[in-house]
Ligand binder design. Structure first.
Ligand code: CP
Length: 327
């Protein structure tokens, strides 16, 4: 499959394995060109609009630096200064921006109906809609995570034991999009995925069903545990990160007491000692270094966080080069 121009990038679940493999191949190639300081002028005179309803460090800067390195231009849009703030509908925003540029990227997390807002823009936009994180998916993070795992452990990821683990953090209403994306993606690459969380932090049922289906179809496995030590034991990759229990629609008091009861869900040296001795510690960042993880782990020999963050650049460039340019 070599025809990507105009393809929306809303969830990796809607990209085939072959398409994702091509995306990874282009990412590796762009990373090599970047290391050699060679020009990669694949998108001259092209503009990507970056609509941000939320803060960002990695996503914004990987997209902005990325399009510059591809010879194009990023236009940052603080949505509080757009007519969206006065109620302009997604159809009008999508049609108008698509007449002026070559892709529309959006981060809205919990704002404006999350994924439904991106879907509505995609319905009307002839240029690709790139999801920079909504309430359900973070495909730019997922593809960078997969690239990092392949770089560190080889392209054949079949049988690799990967644990996606809930971690404590003091604020609730955290997006579920990173662990959800990982739970769907990694079983498609034959990995043995464990999703670990304390009771009260369940993923929606459809995610679990889809993750199991992805595993079955691709030689991976998918299991759930409420025992964090079990998730760490013999793992090749651990990804402990806070995610919200907002999906349960519980009151703030119930969420606060659930959080309080689960303070011990933290990535510690002691828990890392249960993993394979060559295991990777990964985190999409930003990380809560007080509650989620000990400094000695996140700054220690298992940590791949900075390579993971750098790969956001190379994979974002691959997404733009293929969907905005290409054939
Ligand atoms: N991981 C990630 O998306 O980081 P930012 O929120 O800084 O973009």
């Amino acid at each position: 499959q070599t025809i990507f121009r105009g393809k929306h990038f809303i969830t990796l679940q809607e990209w085939t394995r072959e398409e994702i493999d091509t995306l990874l191949d282009v990412s590796y190639d762009l990373k090599m060109q970047f290391a050699l300081d060679r020009p990669t002028n694949y998108l001259p005179n092209k503009t990507v609009f970056l609509m941000f309803f939320e803060q960002s460090t990695r996503t914004r800067n990987s997209m902005e630096a990325g399009i510059t390195q591809l010879g194009g231009h990023a236009h940052f849009l603080d949505t509080s200064n757009m007519q969206i703030a006065h109620g302009e509908v997604p159809k009008d925003t999508a049609v108008i921006l698509s007449r002026m540029g070559h892709a529309i990227a959006c981060r809205n997390c919990f704002w404006k109906e999350g994924n439904a807002y991106l879907r509505e823009m995609a319905k009307w936009s002839p240029v690709p809609i790139i999801n920079m994180q909504d309430d359900l998916y973070h495909p730019l993070q997922g593809i960078a995570d997969l690239m990092t795992i392949q770089e560190k452990r080889g392209k054949n990821t079949r049988g690799l034991k990967v644990s996606v683990i809930w971690a404590y953090a003091t604020t609730h209403k955290k997006p579920i999009s990173v662990p959800l994306t990982q739970a769907l993606l990694f079983p498609r690459y034959g990995m043995e995925v464990t999703l670990a969380y304390p009771k009260g932090y369940e993923m929606p049922d459809w995610v679990i069903e889809q993750a199991k289906k992805n595993a079955l179809e691709n030689g991976g496995t998918f299991r759930i545990t409420n025992d964090q030590e079990e998730a760490y034991r013999n793992a090749d990759v651990v990804i402990p990160k806070n995610w919200g229990n907002w999906v349960t629609n519980e009151s703030k008091a119930v969420i606060d007491s659930t959080l309080e009861a689960n303070k011990h869900w933290k990535c510690t040296e002691e828990r890392m000692a249960l993993t394979d001795r060559h295991s990777l510690y990964m985190h999409a960042l930003p990380a809560d270094r007080v509650n989620e993880v000990e400094d000695s782990v996140i700054d220690g020999p298992h940590s791949a966080i900075y390579d993971e963050a750098e790969n956001r650049l190379h994979t974002a460039k691959a997404v733009m080069a293929l969907t905005m340019g290409g054939r």
